[in-house]
Design a protein around this ligand. Structure first.
Ligand SMILES: *Cc1c(COP(=O)(O)O)cnc(C)c1O
Length: 408
């Protein structure tokens, strides 16, 4: 267990009030801002003078007051010097990789990652001359063996999507430091639970679309890291965020700001319910995978990285063996039992569930799916926090029995 409290760190971040003393911040929707003294315009443009040292805001693709508040709060949660918000999780990931790699460079990545990231690394980036090797991230010798003299980045997810393989962040960060690589961690599944930057990650990327926002009503992302990297990303001449332009809308930033105060409560409740459901399924001998179960092969490793008091998160999988049985269970859970919704994505207040191999991991070809331990019958569940837990357990109990997955 770690002693860092991201919840307290957020509470201690300088609070931003609305322009009339409102308890919520104002939404600054202007795309452009008036400069009172034309003489300082060049200094503002050159990034020498910002709103904090006598300059002012200039243009909302550069900086926007509302989006900046969200970035500050995210940096506080992660314990990083700074953060930048983006229009999606994918833009946070793609801009990070493109900032650190030029044509000819190489990335070592976990083979258990989000389907879109896998496609980016395997198909899009090679078209720009940037290649990747995919490795079993829990095999440190394999990770090290994949590093070449052109490797720039080590890339992993805290909890791999969708098989929930755990990355040993302190060990991987040590390896990255020794081999002079930038260690990038996607922490989308584990906000509050795990603070990768505190454990040695150089850059933490997020899809804010998921748990961070928690309402499945917007798409957003963020990059949390040191100030120097944020300046590179925002550089007027070569910054990948500045020039590729995945800008977050201030209205989206406002919505996420309003949901951060209850992120800690939500994560605890997702985890409490997921743990109870996973334990019940395990007692019925259902092939359930949840990092909070002591039978999870990396339970102790995951426990050692967790911030105290948040539990083990809301994500679990059930391996139904084949897709026909997976579809039967999904249909029963949604259409008979009202347990949750058959939908991709995760981190919503209701339960979302999908068969990964044919949906969010369908970009990964069947051979690679097999290599990463992704069964065609694997259902990924993001356990929600609505309804009575007692009744939720009865619903899933009936469903797994109806499709013949329980053997106790
Ligand atoms: C959803 C997701 C992404 C992509 O995020 P978007 O906001 O959809 O662009 C990246 N990584 C993980 C782990 C995700 O679950």
């Amino acid at each position: 267990m770690q002693t860092y409290s991201p919840e307290q760190a957020l509470a201690e971040a300088k609070r931003e009030f609305g322009e009339h003393g409102g308890v919520t911040p104002s939404i600054a929707r202007s795309s452009t801002f008036t400069v009172m003294d034309p003489a300082i315009m060049p200094e503002i443009f050159g990034g020498i003078r910002g709103p904090e040292n006598g300059g002012c805001f200039l243009y909302s693709r550069h900086f926007n007051p509302t989006v900046d508040i969200l970035a500050r709060y995210l940096a506080a949660i992660e314990g990083t010097e700074a953060a930048v918000c983006t229009a999606s999780g994918m833009s946070a990931i793609s801009c990070t990789l493109l900032q650190l790699c030029n044509s000819g460079d190489h990335i070592v990545a976990s083979n258990t990652i989000y389907g879109g990231t896998h496609a980016l690394l395997k198909e899009l980036l090679p078209q720009l001359g940037i290649t990747a090797a995919f490795v079993d991230i829990s095999d440190l010798a394999a990770v090290e063996a994949a590093i070449t003299d052109r490797t720039r980045i080590l890339y992993a997810e805290t909890l791999g999507n969708p098989t929930l393989k755990v990355s040993d962040i302190p060990a991987l960060s040590g390896l990255a430091r020794r081999r002079n690589l930038t260690f990038v961690v996607d922490n989308t599944f584990c906000p509050m639970l795990v603070s990768p930057a505190r454990l040695g990650a150089d850059i933490v990327v997020y899809s804010l679309t998921k748990f961070m926002n928690g309402a499945s009503d917007l798409i957003a992302g963020a990059i949390c890291t040191n100030k120097a990297m944020i300046h590179r990303l925002m550089d007027l001449h070569t910054g990948r965020i500045m020039l590729l332009g995945p800008t977050m809308d201030p209205r989206v930033a406002f919505d996420v700001i309003q949901r951060l105060p209850h992120l800690a409560i939500r994560m605890k409740e997702h985890g409490r319910r997921a743990a109870a459901i996973a334990e019940h399924l395990a007692s019925l001998n259902v092939p359930v995978c949840y990092p909070g179960l002591i039978t999870h092969p990396q339970h102790d490793l995951f426990s050692s990285m967790l911030n105290d008091g948040f539990g083990y998160g809301g994500m679990m999988t059930i391996d139904c063996g084949d897709q026909i049985k997976a579809d039967a269970l999904l249909s029963c859970l949604q259409n008979q039992e009202d347990f949750g919704y058959i939908a991709v994505s995760l981190g919503y207040f209701d339960t979302l569930m999908s068969c990964s191999s044919s949906t969010t991991s369908s970009e990964i070809d069947p051979k690679d799916q097999h290599r990463m331990g992704l069964s065609p019958g694997l259902i990924r569940l993001s356990i929600g926090l609505t309804g009575s837990l007692h009744i939720r357990i009865q619903q899933i109990d009936r469903a797994v029995k109806a499709v013949g997955l329980a053997s106790a």
